[in-house]
Design a protein around this ligand. Sequence first.
Ligand SMILES: C[S@@+](CC[C@H](N)C(=O)[O-])C[C@H]1O[C@@H](n2cnc3c(N)ncnc32)[C@H](O)[C@@H]1O
Length: 290
Amino acid sequence: MTETVNPDREDLQRRVDAITWFHSIDLGNGIVTRGTKSIDVLASEADALLGPVRLEGASVADIGAWNGYFSLDSRRRGAARVLAVDEYTWVHPEFRGRESIELVNTTLRADLEFKQVAIADTGPDSIGRHDVVLFLGVFYHLFDAPADLLRIAGCAKDVLVIESYHDALELTRPAMVFYPGATLANDATNWWGPNPALIRELLTMAGYERIFFRPHPDRGIVRGIYHAFRSSDALTRRAVDPSMPRSIDMSTLPANHRFVDANPVRRVIPGASFPRLRRWLRPFQRRNPR
Ligand SMILES: C[S@@+](CC[C@H](N)C(=O)[O-])C[C@H]1O[C@@H](n2cnc3c(N)ncnc32)[C@H](O)[C@@H]1O
């Protein structure tokens, strides 16, 4: 018997294969984009990043959206409007990010909106103000990171969600480490490794009153997640649970708080991320949360 060929599926697969993906996204019909970040890692990141935020009916801006996993997931979690913002990977000849996110959007009928703009020009004037702003995995790529963060912080009406690589964890004072050339992960687009005290100070300068921190769900304290709410009212309005379980309220931390990794595996092997071991450890960690 000859196999039936679905020309639409073949065409989609061909278009998917022509792109270098960062996000693994299930496009249906057995087609999953082969991203650097696996579906499992993205799902646990999305639970930690978006899970605590009430997104129903919200307008969301996803700054540095790349292939659009978090834009798409915000829509899935009920956001009324999602504006995906990016430029670097969108115009990159290998990453072809703009083409990728448009392909995801049309295939999954996600109804995303797009704004192609450099980070240096991203602010309330160019992208407007949104209930929720996502700024995930971008801070450490920016040479002028503090100034860019302060401007982008002005785009969030209620909540700014930041995810970043960390360094200078041995210092309790606000600090960030400079990586000249390609000295971090052999990637010349990485410039800075901030510590949590620095991100907290910048968010406070930007006018955020309630700031919550949690380590990255897979990488631990090597990376961190910040949920910054403009005010206690914004916290009540936008947090699924305003007590923000599983997060540390940064306003209650002493100035000399030292962030350490509560996961003994990562303490022995810095940066270690063993998915099977993690799954095995989960019941013990649940009994003994960070
Ligand atoms: C590590 S990816 C993060 C993608 C997505 N937000 C996530 O968390 O999976 C960094 C994103 O920042 C964007 N970006 C903006 N300005 C950049 C710059 N100067 N250098 C590198 N990336 C930059 C890239 O286009 C890319 O989408």
